[in-house]
Design a protein. Structure first.
Length: 116
């Protein structure tokens, strides 16, 4: 199942360290089949405050995402970003291709009626 690394970063700094990080990150992703899905695009805020921008990187599975994040190559460049750009980052599993939220809602309704 596809997994994602998602970062909410702000403000969008563009100093030499951040540019070096951007230049080097792809080489850290390639061994884990990671690819950018969203990278620094302007966001359209529709609810609540949202300072900054978002980065979404897709991986074949959560194991690949974890291995990439913990890799020596990525950990070596990570301070180039974290020293300059505040934000949060998460790793998360996606849903299967046949996911239907109605099934989740039905399971939640059933659990409520059974007192779980």
């Amino acid at each position: 199942m596809t997994a994602y690394a998602i970062a909410h970063i702000r403000p969008d700094a563009r100093n030499d360290e951040v540019i070096e990080y951007i230049d080097r990150i792809q080489a850290t992703l390639d061994p884990y089949d990671g690819r950018f899905l969203v990278h620094g695009a302007e966001v359209e805020v529709v609810e609540g405050p949202w300072p900054g921008t978002i980065v979404v990187i897709g991986f074949p599975d959560i194991r690949a995402a974890r291995e990439w994040y913990g890799s020596e190559a990525y950990q070596e460049i990570l301070p180039l970003r974290t020293r300059n750009v505040p934000g949060e980052a998460i790793l998360v599993d996606g849903v299967p291709a046949d996911y239907d939220a109605r099934r989740t809602a039905a399971a939640l309704r059933e659990a409520r009626t059974e007192g779980r």
